[in-house]
Design a protein around this ligand. Structure first.
Ligand code: HEC
Length: 109
């Protein structure tokens, strides 16, 4: 493959990555922490704060950008986990972002 095509493809994948980044940032800017707290009621039956237990990770204090990215990846089924795929399939981007800012605001302990 020519050098030109390789460079071109690299440039496209970099711009796709940065578009996704900007989208996550805009979502987080418009997120509503109180709405996130309300939605989190469903999550904390499994995700208790403190140490991870029974294979369920602690998500309190998680960075909001990563949180959005992970939930969107469960929703698109890029990340494998039947339970989380189902949970994420019911959330829109605004709800994911609100959950992200809420959980990011919690202590990770
Ligand atoms: C029925 C239990 C259950 C419920 C309810 C649930 N989760 Fe999960 N969640 C899990 C399990 C189990 C995993 C680990 C999946 C894996 O190992 O791939 C997980 C993983 C995650 C992760 C990735 C954590 C990491 O460190 O990789 C995030 C973020 C997350 N859940 C957010 C949520 C949110 C937000 C909600 C509520 C809207 C929610 N979960 C509801 C069981 C649950």
């Amino acid at each position: 493959m020519s050098r030109f095509i390789l460079t071109f493809m690299a440039a496209i994948s970099i711009s796709v990555a940065s578009i996704q980044c900007v989208q996550a940032e805009n979502l987080i800017k418009n997120a509503d922490i109180a709405y996130g707290e309300y939605l989190a009621g469903e999550c904390v039956t499994c995700h208790r704060s403190g140490a991870a237990n029974d294979g369920i990770p602690n998500i309190s204090g998680m960075d909001a950008d990563s949180f959005v990215y992970i939930l969107q990846s469960y929703r698109s089924k890029e990340l494998e986990n039947k339970v989380m795929q189902l949970v994420a399939s019911r959330l829109d981007d605004e709800q994911i972002a609100s959950l992200a800012v809420y959980f990011a605001s919690l202590s990770s302990k």
